[in-house]
Unconditional design. Structure first.
Length: 475
């Protein structure tokens, strides 16, 4: 008995734990199948290297990865288990239709919705989910049901017109528009956020809370389940505004809406809204862009500007400058800020590197979209680059989406299902605002809409705000 107690003394326990971690560190550094890949030693030893940038520094690991690539080259080891690549040619290899591609459960399970199309990891289960809902999102379906988009954009404009002479939070209104369209399109339900006095702003703010929740739950896996069990009021006492709103949603809405339906419609809320927010900012603070868009739109219609109905897709889709403006917006705001790691059941090859089967390997679209080699003066909003006018663009007709190095909707087996719906919303909403209104954007600069932190989605300084003084066009 005495000898067992001596064996379990604090000194021995600490010693065993120390030796365990020392051996683990040695294995990860020198013997692990990823040991030969370049990258910081600390990242190879422990996931808490990433944890430091994501939890302590608040979603900064994507920025750090960019820095690490400059130091270590195009393929790096970013954690004991995971690789990251920055090279547009490899995008075509990693995100393709043929083959078996799992998502990396560690990243996606942290949303707590593993039985959904978007966050589910397993290739086969996902295939079954996706094939069940894909027909709803086909291009033909979107064309046929575009009345939902036109009607809601008209209502959006009516609401904004009501603010003439005053200031509106254009982002709150845009969030409500995106939600009303997605909900009506997917759920067949009208929650009418566009009718709400404040556009149900709390729901937009809630999406900010999702980012923090996701980051925390990635590293502390009991965090989500523990939150679910606690009374909201209790947790809310220590939470910031975004987290409070998120908690209400997390506890209440997800109780009623099935994971699948909730995540599929949710995928269409802030994604489209945040791309539109950045586009609205640049269009309405940049007179030459606004002027050129208006010329193009005015020549596409014969009615007087102030009594316009939203223009149908068949009028808008062929307009090259409008397409170029939207494409440039999607380049700078491609919804997802984090790397989309995929796992193949076969070895992958990158140049001379063999990536062992089952290794999570990811690329970050946002880093590709802001790569100076592909897009000189990358942070500048320059639609002309898609019309062959500026450097580093090309192929505006289809929004340049076939082009290597541009993939705002992802690609391959897990590419965005809502892509055609998102395009439809963006075409119709931007055209309608440009034709009907003048805005003076208040208290914001371009950097407010740039990527600041990885919330899975793109975290910006502006958050859900785009304040603008409205007047009817020409007044
Ligand atoms: C500008 C707007 C949008 C952008 C940039 C965008 C982008 C993306 C991206 C990059 C992915 C892949 C995510 C990953 O690899 O983890 C994705 C997936 C998805 N998106 Fe979108 N999205 C947008 C709008 C929408 C809309 C409006 C809907 C529907 C209402 C939607 C529904 C989905 C769904 C269901 C998936 C999961 C697809 C799958 O895993 O099979 N998205 N989106």
């Amino acid at each position: 008995m005495e000898s067992v107690a001596r064996l379990l003394s604090w000194g021995n326990v600490v010693g065993v734990v120390f030796v365990y971690y020392l051996t683990l560190g040695f294995y990860r550094l020198f013997l692990h199948p990823l040991a030969r890949f370049p990258g910081p030693k600390l990242a190879a030893v422990s996931r808490w290297y990433e944890g430091y940038y994501d939890l302590i520094k608040g979603g900064q690991y994507t920025h750090k990865i960019k820095e690490l690539h400059k130091k270590y080259g195009p393929i790096i080891r970013i954690s004991p288990y995971e690789l990251h690549v920055i090279d547009p040619a490899f995008f075509e290899v990693l995100y393709r239709m043929d083959g078996r591609w799992d998502k990396y459960a560690w990243t996606y399970d942290a949303f707590g919705a593993r039985n959904s199309t978007i966050f589910g990891s397993d290739h086969d289960a996902h295939k079954a989910y996706r094939s069940a809902i894909a027909p709803l999102f086909s291009k033909a379906k979107i064309d046929a049901r575009q009345d939902i988009v036109l009607k809601n954009v008209d209502k959006f404009c009516e609401r904004i017109a009501g603010f003439a002479g005053t200031t509106v939070n254009l982002e709150a209104a845009t969030g409500a528009l995106a939600r009303d369209i997605a909900n009506e399109f997917i759920l067949g339900k009208k929650y009418n956020d566009l009718d709400s006095d404040d556009f149900n702003y709390a729901l937009s703010v809630a999406s900010l809370g999702t980012g923090k929740f996701w980051r925390t739950n990635k590293f502390i896996r009991w965090y989500g389940p523990a939150l679910k069990m606690m009374p909201v009021d209790w947790v809310s006492k220590t939470a910031d505004q975004g987290m409070k709103a998120f908690l209400r949603l997390f506890k209440a809405a997800f109780k009623h809406i099935r994971q699948e339906v909730g995540t599929v419609s949710g995928a269409g809320y802030e994604t489209t809204a945040s791309a539109l927010r950045l586009i609205f900012f640049h269009v309405f603070t940049n007179p030459p862009i606004l002027h050129r868009l208006r010329q193009e739109l005015d020549s596409a219609t014969t009615t007087t500007p102030l009594k316009l109905e939203p223009l149908p897709l068949k009028t808008l889709l062929p307009l090259p400058y409008l397409t170029a403006v939207l494409t440039e917006g999607l380049r700078l705001s491609p919804a997802v800020a984090t790397r989309a790691a995929r796992i193949s059941d076969k070895d992958l090859f990158y140049g001379a590197w063999r990536i062992p089967a089952r290794t999570p390997v990811g690329m970050t679209t946002l880093l590709m979209h802001t790569d100076e080699k592909l897009y000189p003066d990358a942070m500048r909003f320059d639609p002309g680059r898609w019309l062959g006018e500026g450097a580093g663009g090309g192929g505006a007709k289809k929004g340049g989406l076939g082009r290597r190095g541009l993939a705002p909707f992802g690609r391959g087996t897990r590419g965005c299902l809502g892509m055609h719906l998102a395009w439809a919303e963006m075409y119709v909403a931007l055209a309608a605002l440009v034709q009907r209104f003048d805005f003076v954007i208040e208290g914001a600069t371009a950097t407010d809409f740039e990527f600041e932190r990885d919330d899975f989605s793109i975290g910006t300084k502006a958050g859900c705000n785009l304040l603008a003084r409205v007047s009817l066009r020409g007044n």
